[in-house]
Write a protein that binds this ligand. Structure first.
Ligand SMILES: Cc1ncc(COP(=O)(O)O)c(C=O)c1O
Length: 360
């Protein structure tokens, strides 16, 4: 059996070593020393000034919307994980879907202006599969219409745009550190901003809005993460170079082996570095995708239609909208098995089977 993903696990002794300190201190959560250390190390690694470690990427998005005081319409992408949209609704705002660019698969900035109304307050765009949005075009529109910008950078750990971290763009960028992500803390996430006041506000929101022993300054939530999760992050960060190297090698190997498959890959932003969070192919047709997926399933090789279906016409709590590019892409995008422990021999087998089912 070959799963579509497997979490990276560091040598167990490295993790348990950090837990010895947790047992000694008996400090398990509430911004403990390991959680603070992880924030410092992530800032160093990502070369950014402000970051807060939270429970997961979904809470990070909710906190971003709350911290920016958004209450109206938020322009967003229908080609993302459901949390990008559900958090907007959860926070009492209205998502307005704009179609994606057929090459980058990120929101199409040329279609944003026509969706702006007098209720629009922000743009929430996903760096899809880690591939950065056109941040300059989005920034220009945001400035022109006085809109806030949140980036869902759940997949974008480690990516740089023209040498600058992807987490430095927009008002706030969020990230998921879920076990399936290339860098993870089991469950976890973070939010980044260039604005120290906004960071302060998010730190308060993360801790129920508590400002002192007997005072509150914001409507808050429990967004704190634990020492156990932080320890996993600290240990995994020691292995990040190996993780990125290995994923790059595997992606390059897949590229070679799949050269004759009737599929293309999303077009990467040429100002940005790649971080290889997923190995995704866009097949020529949905029919071909279904044929290949079934063939691989029969051989216990598991793939994932990610993201499918389009968020614009599938959520029971929203009116449906048909957006042609997203609909077409969502029907043809397939994530192949991709994780550090995958072997070249397994890729040989996957590629052989894909070619066999494509040609049958
Ligand atoms: C694009 C995107 N946004 C948000 C999330 C939510 O992150 P989490 O699972 O950490 O809550 C995910 C998680 O997979 C995601 O892929």
């Amino acid at each position: 059996m070959i799963p579509v993903t497997k979490p990276f696990l560091p040598p167990m002794e490295e993790y348990t070593k950090l837990l010895e300190g947790v047992w000694k201190r008996q400090w398990l959560t509430n911004m403990g020393p390991l959680a603070s250390d992880l924030e410092i190390r992530l800032k160093e690694y990502l070369n950014i000034n402000h970051l807060i470690f939270v429970t997961n990427g979904t809470i990070a998005l909710q906190m971003a919307i709350k911290a920016l005081d958004l209450t109206g319409e938020i322009i967003t992408t229908p080609f993302s994980f459901v949390a990008t949209t559900s958090t907007i609704v959860w926070e009492g705002c209205t998502p307005v879907f704009v179609d994606i660019d057929k090459d980058s698969l990120c929101i199409d900035p040329t279609k944003i202006e026509e969706a702006i109304t007098d209720k629009t307050q922000a743009i929430l765009a996903t760096h899809v599969y880690g591939n950065p949005c056109d941040v300059d075009a989005i920034d220009k529109i945001a400035k022109k219409y006085n809109l806030k910008v949140i980036y869902d950078g759940a997949h974008a750990f480690g990516v740089k745009i023209n040498g600058k971290s992807v987490f430095e763009f927009g008002d706030i960028t969020t990230c998921s550190l879920h076990a399936t992500k290339l860098f993870h803390t089991v469950e976890g996430g973070f939010a980044t901003t260039n604005d120290p006041e906004l960071l302060k506000k998010m730190a308060s929101i993360r801790n129920f809005g508590i400002s002192g022993p007997e005072s509150f300054d914001n409507l808050g939530i429990n967004g704190k993460n634990s020492e156990f999760h932080a320890a996993m992050g600290l240990v995994n960060l020691r292995h990040i170079d190996y993780i990125l190297e290995r994923r790059k090698d595997l992606a390059t190997y897949y590229d070679k082996k799949l050269i004759n498959v009737k599929a293309v890959k999303p077009k990467w932003n040429n100002s940005a570095t790649e971080n290889y969070p997923y190995y995704v192919i866009l097949l020529e047709s949905e029919e071909l995708l279904l044929k290949i997926k079934k063939g691989l399933d029969d051989n216990e090789i598991f793939t994932r239609r990610y993201f499918y279906p389009s968020l614009a016409n599938t959520l029971p709590y929203l009116k449906t909208v048909d957006l042609q590019v997203t609909d077409s892409i969502a029907k043809r995008a397939l994530c192949l098995p991709f994780y550090v422990d995958l072997t070249e021999e397994e890729i040989d087998l996957i590629a052989r089977l894909i070619l066999r089912y494509q040609n049958n």
